[in-house]
Design a protein around this ligand. Structure first.
Ligand SMILES: [Fe+2]
Length: 489
């Protein structure tokens, strides 16, 4: 849930044109995202980074002044972590051991933290929303109280605002599923990704649910999220989905419990997409990608229910080049869970397949990401498959190939996006914290199914999407590519 902080204002300068991206070579030729971000910005915005900015701050700030430590320094026991990033806003959150006032100072360089925003009241859980930010821009920040600085103010504490909506900017997405074990398996997946991404960090990251075992309690989130990924949390906006284990301590109807207390999510369309009116399911835009997060763990997925009603509205209004949906329960899996078994997970996977998938296909969703099964499975380019395994045929494949650049070749989707029924790839990536025993035969809708710890890395550049499943040893265990072409053959 969100507690709004006071925001400073400055005149926004919006780009008036899009600049075509230069796609980096995906492997063996990493690139620096900050340099690229600067390169894609119009000169008028980029130049803001090198000139003094005058604005109204919530508190008087002396430019370039070094903060003095608080006399009675409070200890940060959680965060800082970044939420709800948009081109012009971001939310910074943290927790202190004792209640204090809340203050964020930020600016374009470590010695130019020239803006300040504070929130009302004395709290242990601090929520500050920054507004009036320049799109596609790196800011550094400190967190603290009216008395002094508690943390930040170094090169590891920064954020980069989202680019202008629709801009075709190379974008990296890190995807973790069922990562909430707090154990060495989760650490090995994290460390493999950290090594892989050392020269090209993610622009945003997704969690596919079961983010904190066993019951999504606040103490479990402390270990599974905040003590597991502190470096990523303080510099990259996290967008989570609710899993069945998280839902044990959360109430999606009332949006209460640790999950809803911890995360600040866009219920009102403030990051793009149609307002859902709830943090349980939501959407947002990043560059030319539309993201949709569904709550399969605790929200009503019936055909006449609020999830479907909102999903239809959201997709009808979507015009981004790419659409990525994520939810905890997969429509197709034969791993740790069986999507054909109605006694497994209360039949939710059948509901997803029968009620959600047809809407997703009609809405032109490109990739659906799920967890729940603690393994990795990745489908063919599918359309029209809403039944059990016995009903699956090659007619449900929009392409019979494996989608691999060095295999059968990338999947190609034709028509102006989001083109309906042009095919969707379904990924089960629920092995970021543990694996399960895997059955002998994979689901026939899947190109591959492996019982290996890992996470998914997605790179989007213009009309091309590349995805790689990276295991806990740093090996690339699967990859697929989708290319979009406007013309219809
Ligand atoms: Fe689960």
């Amino acid at each position: 849930m969100t507690m709004a902080g006071a925001g400073s204002n400055m005149g926004l300068m919006r780009p008036t044109h899009q600049i075509h991206p230069v796609c980096p070579a995906r492997s063996g030729s990493p690139f620096n995202s900050a340099v690229l971000m600067r390169a894609f910005l119009p000169m008028s915005i980029a130049s803001l980074l090198s000139i003094p900015i005058l604005l109204h701050a919530a508190l008087p700030v002396q430019m370039g002044a070094r903060e003095q430590p608080a006399r009675e320094l409070r200890r940060i026991i959680r965060g800082p972590y970044l939420q709800l990033g948009t081109p012009n806003t971001i939310t910074i959150r943290w927790r202190t051991d004792k209640p204090t006032s809340s203050l964020v100072r930020y600016g374009p360089a470590l010695d130019r933290l020239i803006h300040a925003v504070n929130a009302d009241g004395i709290n242990r859980d601090h929520v500050i929303e920054l507004s009036g930010l320049v799109p596609g821009t790196r800011y550094f920040y400190t967190i603290g109280s009216l008395e002094g600085v508690f943390g930040g103010g170094d090169e590891n504490h920064f954020f980069i605002t989202a680019p202008p909506p629709g801009l075709q900017k190379p974008t990296r997405i890190w995807v973790l599923g069922d990562s909430g074990t707090q154990n060495k398996s989760a650490r090995s997946v994290r460390d493999a990704y950290d090594k892989f991404s050392i020269q090209r960090r993610a622009d945003l990251w997704l969690m596919l649910g079961d983010n904190a075992y066993t019951s999504g309690k606040d103490s479990e989130y402390q270990g599974a999220l905040f003590e597991m990924y502190p470096r990523t949390l303080r510099s990259t906006v996290l967008w989570p989905a609710l899993g069945n284990h998280d839902a044990r301590s959360a109430n999606s109807t009332n949006q209460t419990g640790p999950y809803y207390d911890i995360f600040t999510l866009p219920a009102f369309g403030q990051a793009g997409g149609a307002p859902s009116g709830t943090e349980a399911f939501y959407s947002f835009d990043y560059a030319n990608i539309h993201f949709i997060c569904l709550d399969s763990a605790a929200s009503d997925l019936s055909e006449s229910g609020p999830t479907i009603e909102w999903l239809k509205r959201d997709l009808a209004a979507n015009s981004r080049t790419w659409t990525v949906a994520f939810l905890h329960h997969p429509p197709y899996t034969r791993g740790g869970h069986d999507s054909d078994n109605d006694s497994d997970s209360d039949g939710i996977m059948r509901q997803v397949r029968e009620n959600i998938v047809p809407i997703i296909e009609q809405g032109g969703v490109d990739v659906v990401l799920s967890g729940h099964s603690h393994n990795y499975e990745r489908s063919f380019l599918l359309d029209g498959f809403h039944g059990s395994i016995e009903a699956f045929t090659d007619a449900h494949k929009r392409s019979r190939g494996d989608g691999r650049v060095f295999g059968d070749g990338p999947y190609v989707k034709f028509g102006a996006p989001p083109a309906p029924h042009a095919g969707t790839v379904y990924v089960v990536a629920g092995s970021s914290g543990k694996t399960h025993k895997f059955p002998k035969f994979k689901h026939p809708a899947m190109v591959t199914g492996i019982n290996t710890l890992g996470s998914l890395v997605i790179d989007v550049c213009g009309s091309r999407l590349d995805a790689t499943f990276l295991d806990d040893k740093g090996n690339h265990r699967d990859d697929f590519t989708i290319i979009k072409k406007l013309e219809i053959p």
